[in-house]
Design a protein around this ligand. Structure first.
Ligand SMILES: [Fe+2]
Length: 374
């Protein structure tokens, strides 16, 4: 029974007699044999891509293209196939030179078939090592790619969890804000509009994402402390006496206390505490001034006041947007941080705000003197 052919040997030899001897001998050893008569022919065969020899047996001295000339390109085309050079007796230097240029070994002609078999087997062993190494490299590369994919998908998963969490926190903040607004149904939508304006200013000022997030919570919840103000004062709306005013002015502190107990809103708590402070130090509850005032609070303060100016409540008439904008200019550097006023006007948010919340705004033909006592 004939065993499976072991490997394919490409024999590159110009001498027809020698080519025949080699071919017969190799076939006897169960190798498959491909033939070429010079370096050029061998390259044509390999470049055509039809042949993937396990070992190349190549004469050095050949017409058209010598083995040494063909060697570098053969190495490029079939880098896993060791090349054994055939050199004439007395031309050992050329054989050594070929090895320096990438040949696996060389045989001196004439060599016994046994010697040829031995050298081919060594070359095949070397090829097996090269292939194993290449496979190992591919496995490593695959592993690296898998790992990258896993990291990427974990990253995306975390991103979406974070997104959902943020969404839930915002929903919670909305729900709490609505609880405050429910006490005073005429302020409905105010907190969301304050959040909208604040977020736009925050982005314009280049705040980091996590700061914007806290800014949004704080904007939505800036009046959460009103939960702690008795309805008799909260709903009285006007003509508060001094004691009642003092109680009313507690709402930033109460709000900050409520929020500071929830880790998610801890940063927002500081902003809520300062949302009635003024740049010139005339605000409350601390009378903090300038940079002492929480930066997020400076934004919310302007957003809160502007939205309150341009929307009417039953107990006080709002003013048209144009008039409110003039007031903001006037209050730059006294009530409001100059940086925030400038961002408000430069960010292009005003037109968008008017477009989005048109229905809530005071119409220009209803101008009456306003009272902004609160
Ligand atoms: Fe407030």
């Amino acid at each position: 029974m004939e065993s499976e052919p072991k490997a394919t040997i490409l024999v590159v030899e110009d001498d027809a007699g020698m080519q025949k001897v080699l071919a017969l001998g190799l076939k006897k050893m169960q190798y498959q044999v491909a033939l070429a008569s010079n370096g050029k022919q061998a390259l044509d065969l390999l470049e055509a891509g039809d042949l993937d020899p396990d070992v190349v047996l190549m004469d050095i001295r050949m017409p058209v293209m010598t083995g040494l000339q063909a060697l570098p390109r053969v190495r490029e085309l079939v880098p896993m196939s060791p090349v054994i050079m055939l050199t004439a007796f007395g031309d050992l230097d050329t054989g050594l030179d070929a090895m320096k240029k990438g040949a696996f070994d060389y045989l001196v002609k004439p060599s016994s078939l046994e010697k040829i078999r031995e050298t081919i087997e060594k070359a095949l062993g070397y090829r097996a090592i090269l292939q194993e190494k290449a496979q190992e490299e591919r496995r490593k590369e695959q592993y690296r790619l898998d790992l990258e994919r896993r990291v990427e998908s974990t990253y995306q998963e975390l991103g979406s969890i974070y997104g959902r969490l943020r969404e839930m926190n915002l929903q919670t903040a909305h729900a709490l804000a609505e609880a405050v607004e429910a006490k005073d149904r005429y302020t409905k939508g105010h907190c969301e509009r304050v959040r909208w304006i604040s977020e736009r200013i925050g982005h314009f000022l280049g705040l980091a994402d996590d700061e914007i997030e806290q800014l949004e919570y704080a904007a939505l919840l800036h009046d959460i402390g009103k939960i702690g103000i008795p309805d008799s004062i909260l709903l009285k709306r006007r003509d508060l006496d001094e004691r009642e005013r003092q109680i009313m002015r507690m709402h930033p502190i109460i709000g900050a206390q409520i929020l500071s107990t929830v880790q998610t809103f801890a940063r927002a708590a500081a902003a809520v505490r300062h949302h009635h402070e003024r740049w010139d130090g005339q605000g409350y509850p601390e009378g903090a001034r300038g940079e002492e005032i929480d930066r997020l609070a400076r934004i919310i303060s302007l957003a809160d006041t502007f939205d309150a100016m341009v929307t009417s409540r039953p107990y006080r008439q709002g003013i048209p947007v144009e008039q409110a904008l003039r007031k903001l200019h006037e209050l730059r550097g006294s009530q409001f941080s100059p940086e925030v006023v400038d961002a408000f006007f430069s960010s292009g948010l005003i037109d968008e705000y008017v477009g989005l919340f048109h229905d809530s705004l005071v119409k220009p033909d209803t101008i009456t003197p306003d009272d902004q006592k609160r």
